[in-house]
Design a binder for this molecule. Structure first.
Ligand code: PEP
Ligand code: MG
Length: 575
């Protein structure tokens, strides 16, 4: 049966492929009471499933794929240990004997108990291990259900796979990066969550917020994902399939044509040059940056070097990563952001996860609270300044005191390098992200202390509208065209221009074609976005005359009716 589901559009493109369901996060099993004479055979059934799961782990270890991440062995070892722990392998047997319940139910009850105990751990890393307990229990459950076991997800991915998950963390997704797959969808998440941002940077069609796709879809279902509309068509009929195949090839052709603009400067029709830079997460991303003709790195989200690992990168490892990007960009500017960890990007052992992590110890707050980590990163960044036009960007600043503290920290780190005779560029520019409303209203003070500003619209909107950007339940309220957001953006850009402090936008709005002219109208001349989007934005700039846009821009700023704003924006984009 063919049916359609609607989610939140995240990343453009059409994917046609087969569903691969990524492990379900909740254990849903039936509960029934057995006649007394069945209890022994039920325990035997549980033991057989245990044995088969153990065998499955040892097969996985001996057939470890050569390209598998180094963490693969550690992950398997941990899961084997969990499986062999009496709390998981013996306790359910006792429950079956005591309560005469089915093995699945005994396993679920025991897993729930363990998960509750893990929940109470103070340490975030230990608390997070409940996920591993659930994953092992699910593997065991599949054996009980008679499934022949499965390979870990990355192994079976191919270009026709559409990943279907309840949720994927940015860390999960980045692990899939070297793998080929067609697209992914999740039940949870919003359009500017970090997971969505990674999907865009991978240039992978993606939509999120489907709520219950993970339950409704079956493994191998044929599906079409339209990442631009956020539409998923399951088991499409022949004519729909043919239509989407046609759209897919037309889109690929357009993209190939657009790439021919790679070497043309992004000049408006009236000859103003617009800087189009790229956002990256890893040094390996720069080949794509160049392929798409970006003129520098406007945002290197350095925190991605810290994810998915037990031991954090030391100074030399970080230095190598920053140096590779600095020298790889051949003299173009490279803006490295100090780590923006916390909120939805947690590292192992970082301690307690706050009850409201987006408002907690995140980004610069965490840097200043962890001086050792911060100093290591700053030393690595400063050393890399000798290899290219490196700038340092500080996320989530909220007040001048934080800027002062950060600058003092940087000065002390420079002094340390001086004492050791280690070279760096003493003139390195230090910028601040404007992503908290308080910062947007403190520009004069910020401009006195900093060399440049970069507007993080993703967080600015989150904090202005009080909407958790990762929460699909409030995703419909996340509105870049909210009059307050537009007026604040206009205020930041025009004030920065008046103060002669360079300003860019590096949030997702910079890569959204429908906002390009509006941002130009606000006075923006520097955009940083996921690199695949550079050619489309360049084409829009090449067909824009700056003289034509002020009147409509002013009308949009004065409008307070959302429908009117959208109508006016439509007119601006149709000029
Ligand atoms: C932003 O908030 O807009 C931004 C660019 O930073 P991040 O998305 O990494 O929080
Ligand atoms: Mg941000």
């Amino acid at each position: 049966m063919s049916f359609t589901m609607h989610g939140i559009a995240v990343s453009n493109g059409i994917a046609i492929g087969h569903a691969h369901l990524i492990s379900h996060s909740s254990l849903e099993v039936a509960h029934y009471i057995l006649p007394a004479h069945f209890v022994d055979s039920e325990i035997e059934r549980f033991d057989a499933a245990l044995l088969a799961t153990r065998q499955e782990f040892s097969n996985l270890r001996s057939n470890r794929p050569t390209h598998a991440a180094a963490e693969f062995d550690a992950f398997l070892e941990l899961h084997q240990m969990i499986l062999d722990d009496p709390l998981l392998c013996a306790a359910p047997r006792e429950l079956i004997a005591l309560e005469h319940c089915n093995a699945e139910w005994a396993l679920k009850v025991q897993t729930d108990t363990l998960v509750t105990q893990f929940d109470e751990f103070e340490d975030a890393y230990l608390r997070e291990r409940q996920t591993d307990v659930k994953q092992v229990a699910e593997r065991l459950l599949k054996r009980l259900a008679g499934h022949p076991g499965h390979q870990p997800s990355p192994v079976r991915l191919d270009v026709e796979t559409i990943l279907v998950a309840h949720d994927l963390s940015p860390a999960d997704l980045i692990q899939f990066k070297p793998q080929q797959y067609a697209a992914f969808i999740t039940d949870a998440g919003g359009a500017t969550s970090h997971t969505a941002i990674i999907a865009r940077s991978l240039n992978t069609p993606c939509a999120v917020g489907f709520h219950n796709a993970r339950d409704l879809l079956r493994e191998d279902d044929l599906m079409i994902l339209d990442g631009e509309q956020g539409v998923l068509i399951i088991n499409p009929d022949k004519s729909i399939l043919a239509e989407y195949k046609l759209r897919q090839s037309a889109r690929n052709l357009d993209r190939r044509k657009l790439k021919r603009l790679r070497h043309s400067p992004a000049n408006t029709l009236d000859g103003t040059f617009i800087e189009l830079q790229a956002n990256i997460e890893k040094p390996g991303d720069i080949s794509e940056v160049k392929e798409n003709g970006a003129t520098g790195i406007g945002l290197f989200r350095s925190e991605f070097l810290f994810l998915n690992r037990d031991v954090l990168p030391d100074e030399d490892e970080q230095f190598e990563a920053y140096r590779a990007v600095a020298s790889g960009m051949d003299g173009q500017s490279v803006t490295i952001r100090t780590f923006d960890l916390g909120a939805d990007k947690q590292i192992k052992g970082m301690g307690r996860v706050a009850s409201n992590p987006a408002l907690g110890l995140r980004a610069i707050r965490l840097c200043l609270a962890e001086p050792k980590l911060f100093r290591t990163q700053l030393r690595a960044m400063l050393r890399a300044t000798c290899y290219g036009r490196v700038k340092i960007l500080v996320p989530m600043l909220s007040c001048v005191a934080e800027i002062n503290q950060t600058l003092q920290f940087i000065a002390a780190t420079k002094k340390g390098l001086d004492e050791e005779g280690i070279p760096y560029n003493p003139e390195v520019k230090i910028g601040g992200m404007i992503e908290i409303p308080a910062a947007a209203l403190s520009l004069h003070a910020f401009a006195k202390k900093l060399d440049f500003l970069s507007i993080g619209t993703n967080d600015l909107i989150q904090y202005m509208l009080a909407i958790d950007r990762t929460d699909e339940d409030v995703a419909h309220l996340y509105d870049p065209l909210h009059p307050a957001v537009l007026n604040v953006l206009h205020h930041i850009i025009s004030t920065s221009n008046k103060l002669h402090i360079p300003v860019s936008v590096c949030g997702e709005m910079a890569g959204e074609l429908s906002y390009t002219r509006l941002l130009l109208g606000f006075g923006l001349r520097n955009f940083s976005m996921f690199s695949a989007q550079v050619p489309s934005i360049k084409q829009r700039i090449l067909t824009t005359s700056l003289m034509d846009i002020p009147i409509l821009t002013q009308k949009i700023l004065r409008a307070d009716d959302p429908i009117k704003i959208r109508q006016l924006l439509g007119k601006l984009n149709a000029l």
